[in-house]
Design a protein around this ligand. Structure first.
Ligand code: OAD
Length: 243
C-alpha cells in the first residue's frame, strides 16, 4: 500500500473510468456531523437508528420531522468545502467519473458536481407517504405536519431510512459504475454500511484499484493501493494540484 499524493495522482491520470463513493466525512469540514459523531445538542439522547426509521416516523412523525427540520436548517447554512469543490473539478480533468454519495445533504451538487447518484436520497426533498413520489408540500395541516399537495397524505423526507431499500435507479447506476470502473475512490466513509460498502468490493473483484481518503483507517484500508490518511478538504485539492 503506497501513501502520498503522487501515487494517487498517477493512478488518476491513467484511469479510464473512476467510480467515487463519498460518505459523511467529506461533509465534516462543512460543519455537518458524521454518523459516527455522537448526535449533538437537542438530539444527543437519540441515536439515528431511533429517528431515521419508518417505525419511528409512524410512531411519532412530529419528533422525526423536528429532527429532520433541524438537520435541514444546518444543511442550508452549510457550504460546500474544498473537498466537494475539488471533486467537482476533478470530473473535468479525467475521461469519466461517476460520483455515488451516501450523503443526503446535496453539497456535491452545490459544489458543481453533475449526475450525482444519491444512494441514500436527499434530505431537502419531500416524498408522499402514499404516492411515494417527490412532491411539493401543501401548507401544514391541523396537526401542523406537512402533507402532500395532491393527495393530502403525510409527506416524509426523501431519504433512505434504516431497513429500507436503496432507490432502484441509484442501485443500478452505482453497481454499473463499480463493475466498469478501473479506479475506485472511497472518500470519507467508514465502509461499514451495506450495500454502499459493497461497491468497493465489487470494483476490487473486477480488478479495479482502490484509493482511500480518510483520516482514520477503515475495513477497506488494507485493500487500498493508496491511502491518503487525512481530511478530504486537504487531500482532494492536493490530488488535483498533483495531476
Ligand atoms: P460515518 O460517520 O460512518 O463515517 C464517516 C467517515 O468519515 C469516518 O470513517 C471518518 O473517519 C471519516 N472522516 C471524518 N472526517 C473526515 C474528513 N474531514 N475527511 C475525510 N473523511 C473524514 O459516515 P458514513 O460512512 O457516510 O446511512 O455512513 C454511512 C451510512 O451510515 C450513512 O449514509 C447513513 C449511516 O447509517 C443512512 O442514512 C441510510
Amino acid at each position: 500500500m503506497a501513501t502520498g499524493l503522487p501515487s494517487a495522482a498517477q493512478l488518476i491520470r491513467t484511469a479510464r473510468h473512476i467510480c467515487v463513493l463519498t460518505g459523511a466525512g467529506i461533509s465534516a469540514e462543512s460543519g455537518i456531523p458524521t454518523f459516527r459523531d455522537a448526535l449533538t445538542g437537542l438530539w444527543e439522547r437519540f441515536r439515528p437508528e431511533e429517528l431515521a426509521t419508518p417505525e419511528a416516523f409512524n410512531r411519532n412523525p412530529r419528533r422525526v420531522w423536528d429532527w429532520y427540520e433541524s438537520r435541514r436548517e444546518s444543511i442550508r447554512r452549510a457550504e460546500p468545502n474544498p473537498g466537494h469543490r475539488a471533486l467537482a473539478a476533478l470530473a473535468g480533468r479525467v475521461p469519466r467519473l461517476t460520483l455515488v454519495t451516501q450523503n443526503v445533504d446535496g453539497l456535491h451538487q452545490r459544489a458543481g458536481s453533475e449526475g450525482v447518484i444519491e444512494y441514500h436520497g436527499n434530505i431537502l426533498r419531500d416524498r408522499c407517504t402514499v404516492e411515494q413520489t417527490v412532491v411539493q408540500r401543501a401548507g401544514a395541516s391541523g396537526d401542523d405536519l406537512p402533507r402532500c399537495s395532491s393527495c393530502g397524505a403525510l409527506v416524509r423526507p426523501d431519504v433512505v431510512w434504516f431497513g429500507e431499500a436503496i432507490p432502484a435507479a441509484a442501485m443500478r447506476l452505482a453497481d454499473a459504475a463499480a463493475l466498469d470502473c478501473d479506479l475506485f475512490l472511497s472518500i470519507g466513509t467508514s465502509s461499514l454500511v451495506y450495500p454502499a460498502a459493497g461497491l468497493a468490493e465489487t470494483a476490487l473483484r473486477r480488478g479495479a484499484t482502490v484509493i482511500e481518503i480518510n483520516p482514520q483507517p477503515t475495513d477497506l484500508s488494507d485493500a487500498a493501493a493508496v491511502v491518503l490518511r487525512g481530511p478530504a478538504g486537504v487531500m482532494l485539492p492536493g490530488v488535483l494540484d498533483a495531476l
